[in-house]
Write a protein that binds this ligand. Structure first.
Ligand SMILES: [Zn+2]
Length: 447
């Protein structure tokens, strides 16, 4: 690292704290801990006005982009952010489309179902990103870093959304993209985009966690660049999801930000965004994060709520009980417990970002809970009745909020932002849902 570097990588373990230069492709420190992208300079909050002005993009795709509109807050390329030529040379964008359509909306039918006031509930669909999910936010930044270090091949494991996003960016940049998937566990519709964008699919016997392991080994043994959320640059782009939500609320913090919980990249990036904004004095109040797991893939909720060995797992100021996590994973293996939910986007037993996720929950006084598959389908369906399309995993956000309000954890007058992570990619789910008159929002076909 040279003295002039403003951006660098740092180990998340406060007792370790190893640092690396920004061009490092390490996904972990030398002791095996995860890494953060860090910045030395404190951005001025006069940028708030600049970000607002950029909503009128004036033909600048980096202003049009919902990710790069906030480029001063993720300037790991250390470029002159006002210089269009430098932006064009370094920043990877789908012509400004990533994050462009994402903002929070009121959805009255969802509010009615949740039994909260329409004014207090905001839902932010990320499914209208070009590849159909929130992944485009973080992929823009990860592929920017890949380009910075001249990577010729990006690699990921995927349950669908990541492969579509990685494939789209790779096709745009003219680089190769290899996608590891658990054989037979992904709906064909969720993979069709990956095929369409020219990715190489590699089928792995096992589940997502096995596919991720193999993809990481591939990158280790051959030249390649990992774009899963273990990559700290993915997290940087995903910070713009809460940035857009907060900007829309004039940087006045809501009481809650609610996400579905899978690999916990969103939880981690939301936590990092809030830590930075609070440290810079951009927000005065810290929203609480609620993570909604599926009942069939409930690692975070089990560990956080003390459902395994009776100990509530915490970040514990940087000293989490990682042995408890290891014992939990061993227990899953021994009992042959596999993550199981129809919401494949969150069918993950070993959340890559669990430690960063715990850090986010500690900073925000957050919580974790679970919902069932049939509840998620109701959540997905009521979003549809508002004219918005979302996938089953996103339904977890809606029914998670409903559950937490019923439990009086979220108070009736709390302001809540729920993130709807992706668009429907499994065409048969709504068809099956509506063909069963037993379902709450079903409108069965007539003859
Ligand atoms: Zn370390």
């Amino acid at each position: 690292m040279t003295m002039h570097d403003d951006a660098y990588l740092k180990c998340i373990d406060p007792q370790c704290g190893l640092e690396y230069q920004i061009k490092s492709t390490n996904l972990q420190c030398d002791k095996g801990h995860m890494l953060d992208v860090k910045y030395k300079k404190k951005p001025s909050d006069s940028l708030k006005e600049e970000f607002y002005k950029r909503r009128n993009s004036q033909g600048n795709i980096f202003n049009e982009s919902g990710v790069w509109r906030f480029r001063e807050l993720l300037n790991f390329c250390q470029i002159d952010t006002e210089n269009i030529e430098e932006c064009s040379k370094y920043l990877v964008s789908l012509d400004g489309a990533e994050g462009r359509q994402s903002k929070p909306y009121h959805m009255s039918k969802a509010a009615k179902f949740i039994e909260t006031s329409n004014e207090n509930l905001w839902l932010q669909p990320e499914g209208y990103n070009p590849s159909g999910s929130f992944k485009d936010n973080g992929m823009a930044t990860a592929v920017t870093h890949a380009k910075m270090i001249n990577a010729k091949r990006i690699v990921c494991a995927s349950t669908g959304n990541t492969s579509a996003s990685a494939g789209m960016f790779a096709a745009n940049e003219g680089i190769d993209c290899d996608v590891y998937i658990p054989a037979g566990q992904i709906a064909p519709g969720k993979l069709s985009q990956a095929y369409q964008f020219g990715t190489q699919i590699i089928q792995v016997e096992g589940n997502f966690d096995d596919a991720l392991k193999q993809s990481l080994e591939d990158v280790q043994n051959n030249n390649g660049y990992t774009v899963n959320s273990i990559n700290p640059f993915r997290i940087e782009g995903q910070k713009t999801i809460p940035f857009r939500a907060l900007e829309y609320l004039n940087w006045e913090s809501p009481d809650w930000i609610v996400y579905p919980g899978g690999a916990l990249g969103n939880t981690s990036s939301c936590g990092k965004a809030l830590m930075e904004l609070y440290e810079w004095g951009w927000i005065k109040k810290i929203p609480r994060i609620a993570v909604i797991n599926s009942e069939g893939a409930s690692t975070l909720s089990d560990l956080y709520n003390g459902k395994f060995e009776g100990e509530e797992l915490r970040w514990n100021k940087g000293k989490p009980n990682t042995e408890l996590i290891t014992r939990y994973y061993n227990h899953l293996d021994k009992e042959k417990i596999r993550p199981k939910t129809k919401a494949t986007a969150i069918q993950i037993g070993r959340p890559t970002n669990i430690l960063k996720g715990l850090r986010a929950l500690e900073f925000t006084n957050g919580i974790a809970t679970t919902v069932s598959d049939s509840e998620m389908l109701d959540g997905m369906s009521v979003v549809g009745l508002n004219g918005f399309d979302c996938e089953m995993a996103s339904g977890a956000t809606v029914v998670g909020i409903k559950k937490l309000i019923n439990e009086e954890i979220i108070k009736k007058d709390d302001v809540v932002i729920g993130i709807l992570t992706g668009r429907q990619k499994d065409a048969m789910l709504p068809v099956e849902y509506h063909n069963n008159p037993q379902n709450k929002f079903a409108i069965p076909p007539k003859n």
